[in-house]
Design a protein around this ligand. Structure first.
Ligand code: GAP
Length: 610
């Protein structure tokens, strides 16, 4: 079975892009960025391990994100919650009922596909009503059909159909009732062998487990499919202890699990992965308008600048989209490699007001009519209204409302028309939500009226903007973006192809490599180790004394180490006192070499590596 746990992880590769991806996948293994999980047992589809360089890369990504969210801001605090949580959480969030992809199975091979990932095909469909075996008298009345691309002989359809009936015990099958039909843009056939697929049916992506010694339905639980829900359920606790006021955010980094039907494109779609999620809680627009008289809305594209108290949800949403682009650029993904994709109304979750996906142009991304890479999702920035907290309020019976002193003070000063307009708008949005969630009309009306009344006293359920990113996808994007080949001279001065990983120093797994020119000169080795120890408290350092210096440089180029420091005879003062205690500093991308004082090294890269 294609999806069995013992199959090798699939790397779906396209022709030219495939070649590049093959090189990247091979480098990841060779240099210890990414390995197949459980490789010696044949791998486990959708699971990946990070080797020494990959582990450092991932840590650097997470640290950069965490620092940008917490250390550099006053209005966001962190959380670290458990992977397994109360199963009711997933009922409230909608995951148990709706977190599903449509899947289809090949009727011949049983290979499973995600229905939306089947490319439309055209050709002639050969259909059969059954088959018999004259010799044994066996027969099958199962109907079956095969799609043949234009130009293929009918025999190939019959061959596939006979295999289908053989699997049903009809050995020497005579096919019955052959019919042909021209078909355009269908997704009902296996693109690999033309066999008909099963009807699409939903497949819940949550991985189940049991908590406690008894494997019963009451003990069934789930590995979280996203980190976000923990933030919502701990919202009140965090609010109480952190002395934050809306608008403020709670962020979390952690593992998430999805039983993806078709893990593919290396680590892009995995079954175990990490997310970096922020839930940024804001006032409902009605509250902001009551306090500030009007709400600020975007005047055009681009970063709207420092947050202002009169911002409505659209400003906050645009702000977070732009902040997230800045983050990616800051760790080395050029703006031109990214795409801002606004989800269309029919793609939006029913509760979302807007969602922008930030895409990276992976080599395996599809191309548009002009041949441009369209990109694949790195992150979604969603304006999720007050849906999540409202759901947890309904399911847990615990209030998720906050009290807003400024709103309470502002409300009595509004004129009656304004009071009535804001109350009505809030009432309508709350009623819409309640009815959508299945409350009866009168009950929804009463509750929405009460909530609208509470608004006038300063109480509301906050709305949320959610930038939600994947660590592994970002690591893959950074690896793809860093991969380069150029020409560099070998030991004898002959030009050869150099593979170089041009990571931004901020996320490079190793920042600097330290080399003694020769390993059999104790003074050089001693000095080189002194330099290594001097740098270690400030950055990750790799010490290497094995092999010719050119080969050592190449190894670090492949690892993506931005700087190399060589301790040579000049360093020891053998070429005059003015060069004593200086080193050769080699820059990875330009391969330019400079003479630099050892004492200046620790401070030299401070700004670029943090
Ligand atoms: N809380 C919202 C949420 O989970 P999502 O779009 O399903 O939204 C957010 O996931 C991010 O998590 C994606 O943009 C992607 O980077 C990452 N992600 C989701 N599924 C993944 C998978 N199967 N493998 C790797 N990363 C994944």
């Amino acid at each position: 079975m294609a999806d069995a746990n013992t199959t090798k992880p699939s790397v779906v590769l396209l022709t030219k892009a495939g070649e590049l991806m093959e090189k990247i996948v091979s480098l990841c293994k060779r240099r210890g960025f990414i390995f197949q999980s459980s490789e010696i047992y044949g791998g486990l589809n959708g699971f990946w391990d990070y080797g020494p360089l990959g582990a450092e890369l991932k840590r650097n990504i997470k640290e950069a994100w965490w620092r940008s969210m917490t250390q550099f801001r006053d209005d966001i605090v962190g959380l670290e919650a458990t992977i397994i949580m109360h199963p009711k959480i997933w009922e409230a969030s909608g995951h148990t009922s709706t977190f599903a992809d449509l899947m289809v199975d090949c009727l011949l091979t049983k290979k499973r596909f995600r229905a939306d990932q089947i490319e439309p095909q055209s050709g002639i469909a050969y259909s059969y009503t059954g088959a018999t075996d004259g010799a044994s008298g066996k027969e099958s009345k199962d109907s079956f059909s095969v799609l043949l691309p234009p130009g293929k002989p009918p025999e190939s359809a019959r061959k596939v159909a006979k295999q289908f009936y053989q699997l049903r015990g009809v050995e020497n099958a005579t096919l019955l009732g052959e019919r042909t039909e021209q078909i355009k843009d269908t997704t009902r056939y296996n693109p690999e062998n033309g066999s008909l697929l099963t009807e699409p049916r939903p497949f819940n992506l949550m991985l189940e487990t049991y908590v406690g010694p008894v494997k019963s339905d009451e003990n069934k639980s789930y590995l979280r499919p996203e980190t976000a829900q923990a933030i919502f359920v701990q919202f009140k606790n965090v609010l109480e202890v952190s002395r934050q006021k809306v608008p403020f955010g709670i962020c979390q980094i952690g593992k998430a699990f999805r039983n993806e039907i078709n893990p593919r494109n290396f680590t892009f779609r995995s079954r175990e992965f990490e997310q970096m999620e922020l839930e940024f809680f804001i006032r409902p627009d009605e509250a902001t308008e009551a306090i500030y008289g009007s709400i600020a809305t975007p005047s055009g594209p681009g970063h709207p600048g420092e947050p202002q108290p009169n911002w409505g949800w659209q400003m906050w949403h645009q702000y977070w989209v732009e902040e997230r682009f800045r983050f990616y650029e800051n760790i080395g993904l050029p703006r031109i490699s990214l795409v801002e994709y606004w989800q269309k109304p029919d793609e939006l979750a029913h509760y979302a007001k807007a969602t922008v996906d930030i895409l990276y142009k992976f080599p395996f991304s599809k191309r548009d009519d002009k041949g441009e890479l369209m990109g694949e999702e790195l992150e979604g920035v969603a304006a999720r209204s007050d849906f999540d907290l409202s759901q947890h309020q309904r399911y847990s019976g615990k209030s998720m409302t906050v009290f807003d002193e400024e709103l309470k003070a502002a409300w009595p000063k509004l004129d009656d028309a304004k009071k009535s307009a804001l109350s009505q708008s809030y009432f309508e949005s709350r009623k819409k939500y309640l009815v959508k969630m299945g409350e009866s009309e009168p009950k929804a009306e009463k509750q929405a009226r009460d909530e609208s009344e509470a608004l006038s006293k300063g109480y509301y359920i906050p709305h949320v903007i959610e930038p939600s990113a994947g660590v592994d996808r970002l690591a893959l994007a950074l690896i793809c973006n860093a991969y380069g080949e150029d020409q560099a001279p070998d030991e004898k001065g002959k030009m050869e192809t150099r593979v170089v990983m041009k990571f931004h120093p901020r996320i490079a797994p190793v920042k600097v490599a330290v080399f003694p020119l020769l390993k059999n000169k104790p003074d050089l080795v001693k000095k080189a180790k002194e330099v290594r120890d001097l740098l270690r408290p400030h950055m990750s350092v790799f010490y290497d004394e094995a092999g010719a210096i050119g080969r050592r440089y190449r190894r670090q180029d492949e690892a993506g180490t931005p700087f190399g420091v060589t301790i040579d005879f000049e360093t020891l003062g053998e070429k005059g006192p003015e060069l004593q205690d200086t080193v050769t500093l080699r820059e990875r991308d330009s391969m330019k070499q400079d003479r630099v004082k050892i004492a200046d090294l620790p401070q030299r890269w401070r700004a670029t590596i943090r």
